[in-house]
Design a protein around this ligand. Structure first.
Ligand SMILES: Cc1cc2nc3c(=O)[nH]c(=O)nc-3n(C[C@H](O)[C@H](O)[C@H](O)COP(=O)(O)O)c2cc1C
Length: 168
């Protein structure tokens, strides 16, 4: 079966933004920013490589947008102050150097943060926090004592999140 894919490689303008083709990198969380949310050189190399390889558009990983509630995990990049905004410049320049369009994904994770009244400053690792939807309990919160006549429950096993090696 012959499929005409020529449209994939044709330029398009959306809302005044020119894209040299229809190939876009989907947003992918990487946890490779600094602790205080600044984009790093490794991120610049990572994003630039997609543009060099021919993608017309590169969408960034989810970026937190305020310092009180919206950060979802450590080493997530932010866009909340001058230092964070400036740290994105080399990333954007690296993408644009190859004629690709850079799109920032702004991602407030406030909904999960608000469900934990016990630890309002806790950074929830949303997928690890098995209690967020249930009783609004952080994974690090002390367990309540067992009901009279019942044994204390052991801690539930949680998936381990490992950092992927950053190459490039
Ligand atoms: C490692 C990884 C990280 C991701 N991080 C984000 C993210 O930060 N923001 C987001 O909207 N989607 C994120 N996604 C979802 C992807 O953007 C994409 O929607 C998903 O992988 C499905 O892609 P597909 O429709 O091409 O199969 C992530 C996916 C993966 C595999």
């Amino acid at each position: 079966m012959d499929i005409d894919t020529s449209a994939l490689f044709a330029p398009i303008v959306i809302n005044g933004h020119a894209m040299k083709n229809r190939l876009s990198v989907a947003p992918m969380t990487r946890i490779s920013a600094t602790q205080d949310g600044r984009a790093t050189e490794a991120m610049t190399r990572y994003y630039e490589r997609f543009a060099r390889g021919g993608f017309g558009t590169v969408i960034t990983e989810g970026i937190y947008i305020d310092q009180a509630f919206s950060q979802g995990y450590v080493n997530q990049p932010g866009m909340t102050d001058e230092a964070q905004a400036n740290a994105w410049k080399p990333v954007v320049n690296g993408i644009k150097a190859h004629g690709a369009l850079a799109i920032a994904q702004l991602m407030p994770t406030a909904a999960t943060s608000r469900t934990c009244p016990e630890f309002p400053s806790c950074l929830h690792f949303a997928r690890r926090c098995t209690r967020v939807r249930g009783r609004g309990r952080s994974p690090s919160a002390p367990r309540p004592p067992p009901a009279p006549g019942r044994r204390a429950r052991t801690a539930p096993s949680r998936p381990t999140i490992r950092r992927a090696p950053i190459r490039g």
